[in-house]
Design a protein around this ligand. Structure first.
Ligand SMILES: Nc1ncnc2c1ncn2[C@@H]1O[C@H](COP(=O)(O)OP(=O)(O)OP(=O)(O)O)[C@@H](O)[C@H]1O
Length: 619
């Protein structure tokens, strides 16, 4: 029985009174009632939908009866006070003291905070499915995958931290990147959303540095004692690792992962991103920083303050969501941060994303050494089978009704709703709130305090519904996010199918299952062809109204072939600007000095196919 069946069978209205907007959903296989109840419990909602008897016409009463928690009014007064509450960048790290020898003692309180299972996405039952996928490794030498953490040659502290994170076995991308990075290779890593790419680079890099930190790290003050004063004893931050990503939320999330994986080691992570008074981050940098994570704008600000930050010691630069950062909108910032990319022989460069088309890969090669390794898990830009995708035809003017009906046709679970403009975020959030639903929202015109508050209330399930622009499409890892709704589908000139992949990838992470519902209108026709190819590739049903886009033989063919070599270049190349987006509402929020200049996709690395040995391995 689908949840919708349940909804109808217990509905006090006769079936023929069902609103035509939602009638189309009756065929949709929404997750079964039992699963949803379990899911809502998992997601932290304690209101079983036992009082639901169908719509009564009183929205607020219906929402409460369906089991949704109360709405929480926004605390403007608290949030406008800059000193109120903690910023994500000031979260506690393990603080090292020179008296510690090689391994620091446990800090029980911090350990509880860092590894609190409620704040982490636990691997789901379908984790194996993520690994049952073709792996393509392009490398001069064979990269031998690790089969377990115990055989990876990791530092003992890293090994223990992996256990504390409950990472029982490595994922496919981790199996290959760990040995490649441990043997000092530049790298492009491509694997599907939620497959553990962050740990895939953090684990080998940090593990390698753990044994060498004393030798490599810059001098630092004793900050454990009572006498530390950033102004008097502070040092200049000289990180060994630089991790750059496009959004503030992603930066703080990677910072949290780094805080966990650096636990009990000398390595000290810091994060730098805009919107927070810079003194909070400067004070942290003055305490010493070995791993700097940040968004381009704030990193460049600090690079301009020689007494605050120097990148002279950096041994590893990682670009997360690299295809986004290679986009022309980021060009100037990106070039500044990568300015010494080809000069320093023992400086390793790595780029990661779930979507990385051939044109981006060509651009990326400008920054990597000749013998870089490329690891692709599955087709670059593909989704995985753990997301159930459903496309519903909705008239543009009925989207609000459709959203309300969709939300009430299911038990309360954590839901992320994507729309295409900041204004629309405000409208949809207000609509949901007025209809009694506990929603919050996030976009780039919000203050950083509001953004951090929105994420916090979403994560803690105070507000289990979050409405967002594409700002939240990439990288966000929210535990138990069970359902993504594309209220608006991405536009083809603003992210297109790649953005669709990132958006739906906010659910069904690391072997969990999730649902992605997209409202399709006549305006979305130009996305239809790509959308249908993705549905077919993932064995998802193609709705009637999209059948005309099914290719002959029902087999999806993708132009973007899987080679980075010149011999693979052909007229099918869409050009970088054609594949990436320039949406003022998308990640542009965190872009500084957007140039909107088109970047040519020309190849100038001189690599040819014969340099490469290709090993196809199916795990
Ligand atoms: N080996 C593992 N076992 C269990 N959980 C893991 C493992 N590796 C990573 N995770 C967890 O999986 C979740 C997803 O990881 P991560 O955010 O790095 O995915 P991603 O591939 O970068 O996704 P996206 O492309 O959306 O950015 C995180 O909560 C992370 O802690």
């Amino acid at each position: 029985m689908t949840d919708w069946d349940h909804f109808e069978s217990s509905n006090s209205h006769p079936p023929d009174s069902v609103d035509p907007v939602i009638a189309g959903m009756a065929d949709v296989n929404i997750t079964e009632e039992g699963e949803l109840s379990e899911a809502s419990e998992l997601a932290g909602f304690n209101h079983p939908p036992n009082q639901w008897t169908g719509p009564s016409g009183d929205f607020i009463r219906d929402v409460a009866a369906r089991g949704w928690s109360d709405r929480i009014p926004f605390e403007y007064a608290n949030l406008s006070n800059p000193e109120f509450a903690e910023w994500a960048c000031n979260a506690k790290c393990y603080e090292w003291s020179d008296e510690f020898g090689d391994v620091g003692p446990k800090n029980e309180e911090l350990e509880k905070q860092l590894f609190n299972a409620d704040n982490m996405t636990r691997a789901g039952l379908q984790l194996d499915r993520l690994n049952e996928i073709d792996v393509k490794v392009e490398s001069e030498d064979r990269v031998l995958p690790i089969v377990s953490w115990d055989h990876a040659g990791l530092h003992p502290i890293m090994r223990q931290n992996i256990d504390l994170c409950l990472y029982t076995t490595p994922t496919a991308i981790q199996m290959y990147t760990v040995p490649a990075i441990l043997t000092d290779r530049d790298l492009i890593g491509i694997s599907q959303t939620g497959s553990g790419k962050t740990a895939a680079y953090l684990i080998p890099i940090l593990s390698k540095l753990m044994g060498k930190a004393k030798k490599l790290a810059a001098p630092r003050p004793d900050i454990v004692g009572p006498d530390f004063d950033a102004k008097l004893n502070g040092v200049r931050a000289e990180p060994l690792v630089l991790i750059v990503c496009p959004t503030r939320e992603l930066a703080t999330q990677i910072f949290d992962d780094a805080r966990r994986l650096c636990y009990r080691s000398m390595l000290r992570p810091c994060v730098a991103y805009g919107g927070v008074p810079s003194r909070f981050q400067r004070d942290e940098l003055h305490k010493g920083c070995d791993v700097l994570i940040g968004t381009p704008g704030r990193i460049i600000d600090f690079m301009g303050q020689g007494h605050v930050l120097s990148l002279n010691r950096v041994k590893y630069t990682v670009i997360d969501e690299a295809d986004e950062l290679l986009h022309s909108d980021w060009e100037d910032d990106f070039k500044r941060i990568m300015s010494d990319a080809t000069e320093d022989d023992d400086h390793r460069y790595m780029m990661f994303s779930a979507t990385f088309n051939r044109d981006c890969r060509k651009l990326a090669r400008e920054y990597l050494s000749q013998n870089y390794v490329r690891i692709s898990i599955g087709r670059p830009g593909s989704s995985h089978f753990n997301v159930e995708q459903q496309i519903i035809y909705v008239e543009e003017t009925r989207k609000n009704d459709a959203l309300y009906d969709l939300l009430l046709s299911m038990c309360p679970i954590r839901i992320l709703v994507f729309v295409n403009s900041k204004k629309q975020v405000d409208f949809v959030d207000a609509f949901l709130y007025e209809h009694g639903l506990p929603s919050t929202s996030i976009h780039g015109d919000r203050t950083q305090r509001e953004r951090e508050d929105a994420i916090r209330s979403f994560k803690t399930a105070q507000c289990p519904i979050m409405v967002a622009t594409a700002l939240s499409a990439r990288g966000l890892d929210i535990p138990n996010l069970m359902h993504v709704v594309n209220y608006d589908l991405p536009r083809t000139n603003h992210g297109g199918i790649d953005e669709y992949i990132h958006r739906i990838g906010r659910t069904a992470r690391i072997g969990n299952e999730g649902l992605a519902t997209s409202f399709y209108t006549d305006k979305d026709r130009d996305l239809a062809f790509d959308l249908v190819r993705i549905l077919l590739e993932c064995n998802q049903p193609v709705p009637d109204f999209l059948e005309e886009y099914i290719p002959a033989g029902s087999r999806p063919v993708f132009d973007d072939d899987d080679t980075d070599t010149e011999s693979g270049d052909d007229e099918n190349d869409a050009g970088v600007a054609g594949n990436l987006h320039e949406n003022e509402d998308n990640l542009g929020e965190d872009r500084q000095g957007s140039s909107h200049q088109e970047t040519s996709g020309s190849d100038n690395t001189g690599l040819v196919g014969s340099h490469w040995a290709t090993a196809d391995v199916t795990l």
